[in-house]
Design a protein around this ligand. Sequence first.
Ligand SMILES: [Zn+2]
Length: 408
Amino acid sequence: MRRTISAIILMIVFSLGISSRARGQAEIQVAQPRVSYTFGETLTIETEITSELPIQNIKIVLQPDEQIHQLAGDATQPSPGVVSFTLDLSNDFLGLFSTITYWFQIMLEDGQTITSPEYTFFYEDNRWDWQALQSNEFEIYWYEGDTNFGEKILNTAYDGLERIRQQVSVPAPQKLRYYVYATSQELQSALQLSGETATQIAGHADPALNKVMVSIAPGPAESLEIKRQVPHELLHVLLYLKLGDGYSRLPRWINEGLASTAELFPNPDYPLLLEKAYERDALLPFTSLCESFPNDAANFQLAYAQAASFTWYLQGKFGTSGIEALLAAYANGLDCEHGAEAAFGDQLSTLELDWRSITFHENPWLTSLRGLFPWIVIFGLFLLPMAALFTVDIVKHRKAVEENRVKE
Ligand SMILES: [Zn+2]
């Protein structure tokens, strides 16, 4: 019995390994290719190609699943029938944790070009030995920490989903992949080796690819970081599932604001950060947080703190239906200012004044006056000397009148 099974397995391996006939007129056979790579360094694809007609050149085309552009290069033939291809992954980036589809284009000496069937491989950060835990909604991958650590992340993802559904209606995730790095430096290095910007990043969502990356070190602080990062990145993916292409039209402040309010353990630094910025009169206007957040570390953090606080304020004032209306307005293409006006009937700047007065117990009249300060200075420069001259004239006039009275 065991022998029969082994024979069947061997037959399957053999038939997979031999080849598949390529599309085209000439008969070409391509053996099942062998792929090996070191993440961010070198990729090698090897196979055997046999043809009844002489081959002039073999090209390999790679199509990463989230990249529009393809990568292509010439394969070498180190010996007859043997085909080898090498790609420098530090120069030509492939999408991290994504499926790469590739095929061969075989140019024959008679001018025909034959395209092979398509093959795939999964490109991952194989510098680490990943452990895995899966459910219908989530897949958790991590390399530092025990099973308990992975379970904590999975459970928090469900807690986050429940919390988010109290704030905004969202569809259920399906096999959303979490890749948990042990440090933000290791996560940033993975992003850099994939050709992505990584500065100041601790978590990263790729909603279109149904994956997120977070950085959480197993240890005493793990619970707080799990409660912060796991729901935060989940919110980004769920908003994408809800809004589709409209997701990319969301102003940054509402996208990050909602993600921050989804955190099950809010960042404890935010209140102090806001208070200090307010005291220094250094709060960022929300119109400057529509497209992107500032690059410098201090203002980057402040932008998150403001987005979270402003979103809390909007949720409190307009409720979940208000937030739904705001998301719909932005997803339908209204800009930062007009989206707020359509959803709430108030301009963003008016809402901002209201937020400031509530958050910092500020008098809104004085705040709007602060905006007029430059004009007050300009008026002052002209009006004060004139008023002074006027006063001097009056005094002179009164003196003269009094002197005349004395004379009389
Ligand atoms: Zn975020």
